[in-house]
Design a protein around this ligand. Structure first.
Ligand code: MG
Ligand code: MG
Length: 587
């Protein structure tokens, strides 16, 4: 399917936008009026630039407040329309978006709207142009797509059709099944945007919070299915107004946009290859810059250094099924160490995982390895963390652990494996990250949460699937502590481990204020051992959660968690307490 994007969706001047959009592989653009008006180049030159970049100009938009107006207003509107047609001929655009009237001049008269749109279509046809009429969710009298279609049907002109916009349809809660009643040749254009579910004025919601399909809460794929059922064969075009994307790097946003369409197209194809969902963590790799802080914490937790890499300054630390690599080589990607720099993911088919990642435009990392190292494929996550695809301990695939000749047996202690890993994203990459992990790894994103930090807000979204749990955080605070990452270990008996750690390693665990326990007991009743051991507690309908945190080294701390029953969360209720204590820890 042809892929397009509205110029308003990315940052920059019009020429910067076109370059970024072409670099991401789009076939066409919708040129937004404001971008053109502010551009120093004449329309003919813009057309040439787009042409050189291999981009068609699929639509010019918008002509506003045109239909259902008194005669004197119509005269001025037709003058604007004539100017627009001439401009479009110079630009080489043949489809004009007309959005439903929002002005107080508009009359609640569908016959009048149809007659005036028919007149507009006649004039447009004289210039070789067709008109796509779109119901804005906040249109004064026309705000539903089927209402716009009834007017277009009444007008009955071959140069007049509808433009369907997933945001306007889904934000109003309209049932998209009605789309199938529109003949495909009358659907002139399809604009796609997703959005988080927010209870707010629909105009503000649309102008500031749209996002790419797969990043929000709408069933955009389902809507596209209905549109394709009509026989529509035009472009899938993204039209996203988003305050964050407006400020982000245009090339990166355009790639993110293209990734969303590739994932969407794949979801539409019944025989599409499903993502290879990782079954869990092979390892977490921490850059230590030679500091012994992390090895001290790990050995206190019961880990042992079981091997050292044959050729690199990397140690393998293990306990049960949990593996941590401590890399003493300076890491380019980390500006403060210790830091989490890589994650190994267990996948049943590493080659298929990396192939899919490449298809979804994830940057595939070069294999930097010594001659005898296991060839591991890796990609870069949006925050720069390397993700390695591993198949540990299977004869049919190179085993990375063979690079770490075992000097010690793996201790069997309280820690059984890695439960989850929490990464911190730059603030402008939050939506990109959820689409990335969903598309590339097939993880299911949960609702995003906001957690109070003493000096800002932490936005957090968990993603899970197939035994892999990731938490993606962004901090809206200038505090440095906000960039922390953590690895959470699954523990068999956290009470026993906490008792041992409190006795043998005072100062290792993050101290929790007594007020927390007073509050906890008021909510759930007293469990003196939880207070005595300094544990944090949460519960949901399915079970209970005990957890605690170590002190921080560089950017990294460890969490110890015990899931009881079917508890499926991350102790989010306790995150604010943890953040407050961590601020105090360093100051
Ligand atoms: Mg639109
Ligand atoms: Mg956690």
């Amino acid at each position: 399917m042809r892929k397009s994007i509205a110029t308003v969706s990315v940052s920059g001047t019009l020429t910067e936008k076109l370059e970024a959009i072409a670099a991401a592989g789009f076939d066409g653009v919708e040129v937004f009026e404001n971008d053109l008006v502010a551009c120093p180049l004449p329309p003919e030159e813009i057309r040439l630039r787009a042409d050189d970049l291999g981009l068609g100009i699929d639509m010019y938009q918008p002509l506003r407040d045109f239909e259902a107006v008194p005669d004197d207003v119509l005269k001025g509107n037709l003058r604007r329309a004539e100017y627009t047609f001439e401009l479009m001929n110079r630009l080489g655009a043949d489809t004009l978006l007309v959005c439903s009237n929002v002005s107080p001049d508009a009359l609640p008269d569908d016959e009048l709207a149809a007659a005036q749109l028919r007149l507009l279509a006649e004039r447009a046809a004289g210039h070789g142009i067709r008109v796509a009429y779109e119901a804005l969710a906040w249109g004064r009298h026309v705000s539903e797509y089927l209402h716009a279609w009834r007017i277009v049907r009444t007008a009955d002109h071959p140069a007049l059709g509808v433009c369907l916009d997933s945001f306007h349809i889904l934000s109003r809660g309209s049932d998209p099944i009605g789309i199938e009643a529109i003949p495909g040749e009358k659907v002139f254009f399809l604009q796609l945007a997703d959005a988080p579910r927010l209870a707010m004025d629909v105009l503000q919601w649309s102008r500031h919070y749209r996002c790419f399909p797969g990043q929000g809460g709408f069933d955009v794929t389902g809507l596209v299915r209905h549109v394709l059922a009509t026989g529509y064969a035009g472009p899938l075009s993204l039209e996203v107004f988003n305050d964050v994307f407006r400020q982000s790097d245009a090339r990166r946003t355009a790639l993110d946009a293209m990734r969303s369409l590739i994932a969407l197209e794949e979801a539409l194809t019944p025989d599409g290859v499903p993502p290879v969902v990782p079954s869990g963590f092979a390892f977490a790799e921490l850059a230590t810059e030679g500091s012994a802080e992390l090895s001290g914490i790990l050995s206190a937790l019961g880990f042992a250094r079981t091997g050292t890499h044959r050729t690199k300054p990397v140690e393998l630390w293990e306990q049960g099924g949990a593996r941590v690599l401590l890399n003493a080589a300076p890491a380019e990607s980390a500006d403060e160490e210790p830091a989490l720099v890589a994650i190994g993911l267990e996948t049943p088919d590493p080659a298929a995982s990396v192939k899919r990642a490449g298809k979804l435009l994830a940057p595939v990392l070069p294999r930097e390895r010594a001659p005898r190292d296991a060839p591991l494929d890796a990609i870069a996550a949006p925050d720069g963390t390397a993700l390695f695809f591993c198949r540990t301990g299977h004869a049919d695939h190179p085993d990375w652990t063979a690079d770490f000749p075992r000097a010690e047996p793996v201790p069997e202690g309280d820690v059984t494996g890695i439960d989850h890993v929490a990464l911190t994203q730059p603030w402008q990459h939050f939506d990109e990250a959820s689409l990335f992990y969903r598309g590339v790894l097939g993880l299911r994103p949960q609702e995003s949460l906001e957690v109070a930090d003493p000096y800002g807000l932490l936005r957090s979204r968990a993603m899970a699937g197939g035994g892999t749990r990731l938490v993606v955080n962004i901090a809206r605070t200038v505090a440095r502590q906000a960039s922390r990452q953590h690895v959470a270990f699954a523990v068999r008996d956290l009470r026993a481990l906490a008792r041992r750690l409190r006795a043998d390693h005072p100062g290792l665990l993050l101290p929790i204020p007594a007020n927390y326990y007073d509050n906890l007991e008021a909510r759930y009743g007293a469990d003196p051992e939880i207070r005595e051991l300094g544990l944090l507690y949460d519960r949901d309908e399915e079970g209970e959660f005990l957890h605690l945190y170590t002190v921080t080294a560089g950017r990294v701390f460890f969490e110890l968690v015990q899931r009881i029953g079917g508890y499926d969360g991350y102790g989010a209720a306790n995150a604010a307490v943890r953040l407050a204590v961590q601020h105090a820890e360093r100051s």
